[in-house]
Write a protein that binds this ligand. Structure first.
Ligand SMILES: Cc1cc2nc3c(=O)[nH]c(=O)nc-3n(C[C@H](O)[C@H](O)[C@H](O)COP(=O)(O)O)c2cc1C
Ligand SMILES: Cc1ncc(COP(=O)(O)O)c(CN)c1O
Length: 194
C-alpha cells in the first residue's frame, strides 16, 4: 500500500492543516461512549496522541465516560475543523493507557491543572462552586513545596480504530467521504455516498 494511502499519514496531514488554520483547539473532538444497555453519551475531549496505535485522550476513570468505558469498552469520535470544512470520524475498541504513559502526560500539565485533577470528582454532583474552590485551595496547601503526583483514578484512554472516515466538504452537499476499514494486514479504502 502506498504511504499516501495510510490513514494515519493522511490524518497527520489534516491535523497539521488544522493546527495551522483553526482559531483554537484543533485537537477538540467529540467522544461518544455508551452504557451497558447501549445508551449513548457524548462530550468533547482533547486529542493528545494520534497514530497507528490509536487516538488518545486523558480523563478521570470515575467520570461518566470512565464508567461507561469500564462496562462497554467501545467508543466513537468525531473531529470537525470548521476553517477547513473537514471532518474525521473513528470507531473501535477503547483501552486504558499504561500508568507510565499517564504519568508522563500528567507531568507535562501545569501545576494548577494537576491540582485541579485532585480537586475534581469529575461528573459527581457538586453542592456549590465554593465547595470546589475550598477543595482546590486546601489541596494547594497540601501540595505546597511538593510535586503533584497523578491521582490514581486519572489516566488516559486509547481508541484503537477499526474504521476511520475522512470527510471533505464539496459544493451542493456533494461531499467526499473516504472510509478506511482495518483488515488483518492493513487498511481497505472505499468511498461512501455523502
Ligand atoms: C474543548 C473541550 C475539551 C475538553 N477536554 C477534556 C479532556 O481532555 N478530558 C476531560 O476529562 N474532559 C475534557 N473536557 C470536559 C468534558 O467535555 C466533560 O465535561 C468532562 O470530561 C465530563 O464528562 P463525562 O461526565 O461524560 O465523563 C473538555 C471540554 C471541552 C469543551
Ligand atoms: C477536565 C479536563 N481534563 C483534561 C483536559 C485536557 O487538557 P489538559 O490535559 O491540557 O488539561 C481538559 C481540557 N479542557 C479538561 O477540561
Amino acid at each position: 500500500m502506498a504511504a499516501s494511502d495510510d490513514p494515519f499519514d493522511l490524518f497527520d496531514r489534516w491535523f497539521a492543516d488544522a493546527r495551522a488554520s483553526e482559531i483554537n483547539d484543533p485537537e477538540a473532538m467529540a467522544f461518544a461512549t455508551a452504557d451497558a444497555r447501549g445508551r449513548p453519551s457524548v462530550r468533547m475531549v482533547l486529542l493528545r496522541n494520534a497514530g497507528p496505535e490509536g487516538f488518545g485522550f486523558f480523563t478521570n476513570l470515575d467520570s461518566r465516560k470512565g464508567g461507561e468505558l469500564a462496562e462497554n469498552p467501545w467508543g466513537a469520535l468525531a473531529l470537525h475543523w470548521k476553517s477547513l470544512r473537514r471532518q474525521v470520524r473513528a470507531e473501535g475498541p477503547v483501552r486504558q493507557v499504561a500508568d507510565t504513559e499517564a504519568d508522563a502526560y500528567f507531568k507535562s500539565r501545569s501545576r494548577a491543572s494537576r491540582i485541579g485533577s485532585w480537586a475534581s470528582d469529575q461528573s459527581r454532583p457538586l453542592d456549590s462552586r465554593e465547595t470546589f474552590e475550598r477543595r482546590y485551595a486546601s489541596l494547594q496547601e497540601k501540595f505546597e513545596g511538593e510535586d503533584v503526583p497523578r491521582p490514581p483514578r486519572w489516566s488516559g484512554f486509547l481508541l484503537v480504530p477499526e474504521k476511520i472516515e475522512f470527510w471533505t466538504d464539496r459544493p451542493h452537499r456533494l461531499h467526499e467521504r473516504r472510509l478506511f476499514t482495518r483488515t488483518v494486514d492493513g487498511w481497505d479504502e472505499g468511498l461512501l455516498y455523502p
